[in-house]
Ligand binder design. Structure first.
Ligand code: SAM
Length: 269
């Protein structure tokens, strides 16, 4: 059996009884950072052998782990914090295990995204977990544009030194929307900063860990509602093509590229 075992995201009291028992019982623990996990294991008096399993050594270690699983041993995967395989190593190992006919079992527990969402005050009935935004500006912009029409609440992870920049790009692409910065969840300085994206981007020197939860697009109207007519009306009113496209994109709350593609398709009919 391969166990995917949650660990605390700050507060050690969030370790579950089951996680402690499983981590004691398995033959091996595959950890993202063995030094960090060793501290956690020492705290809970767990003495199971550890192997490092991070992004850099994935395939060789995965092979070793699979051999042990196939020999009938049990292995638990843990990341530095929260659920393994959620913006953390583990997903590949799960896939390898499934492909090799090995059972996988979740040991649930703390997770930053869901902890932020449930305290955000935003709609929790449907949501999209978007993880970390891409690091390059161009990819990040495309990523945000694609998400800008999503109607459900969206959850992002972001590093503190990139947060301000990310929020200003978010304001640019998403416009005025409610958002929540969930900071240092489960820790002493836990706080929730709520407001419009443009207010939140003025946060000075963000410290600690953050989850960004953003309201979905409430004004989204599918493009079928005739952006072409709107665009043509603007041209008649004397707008040049570029401005008409910009205004149409604004009106339908989508990216200019999407409007452009729609117009091209309409032209081709
Ligand atoms: N696997 C983890 C989980 O289940 O939540 C996520 C790991 S990911 C590498 C780390 C990111 O999660 C951080 O950059 C931050 O965005 C978020 N995060 C983790 N712990 C947090 C905490 N205590 N408070 C706020 N955000 C946290």
């Amino acid at each position: 059996m391969l166990y995917l075992c949650a660990t605390p995201i700050g507060n050690l009291e969030d370790m579950t009884f089951r996680a402690i028992r499983i981590l004691r019982e398995v033959n091996l623990i595959a950890a993202e950072d063995t030094r960090r996990t060793r501290k956690l294991l020492t705290h809970f008096d767990i003495h199971t052998p550890l192997i490092r399993f991070d992004e850099n050594c994935k395939s060789i270690v995965a092979e070793k782990i699979l051999q042990r699983l196939q020999a009938g041993e049990s292995v638990a995967v843990v990341s530095d914090a929260g659920l393994p395989a959620i913006s953390d190593p583990g997903a590949d190992l799960v896939r390898f295990a499934i492909d090799s006919g090995i059972k996988v079992c979740p040991i649930p527990g703390a997770n930053a995204a869901l902890s932020a969402l449930i305290c955000s005050g935003l709609d929790t009935t449907k949501f999209l977990f978007a993880g970390f935004p891409p690091k390059t500006k161009k990819n990040r912009h495309e990523f945000l544009e694609k998400l800008s029409t999503i109607e459900t609440t969206i959850i992002f992870y972001e590093a503190p030194h990139r947060l301000k920049n990310f929020l200003s790009e978010l304001a640019e692409v998403f416009g005025e929307r409610q958002a929540v910065l969930a900071r240092e969840l489960t820790k002493v300085h836990e706080e929730f900063l709520r407001g419009n994206i443009s207010e939140l981007m003025n946060i000075d020197e963000p410290h600690g860990e953050f989850v960004v939860v953003v309201e979905g697009n409430k004004n989204f109207q599918p493009l079928e509602e005739n952006p072409l007519e709107f665009y043509e009306k603007l041209l008649e009113q004397g707008f040049d093509k570029k401005s008409a496209m910009r205004e149409t994109a604004k009106k339908f709350n989508v990216s200019r590229r999407e409007i452009y593609n729609t117009l091209i398709k309409e032209d081709a009919k």
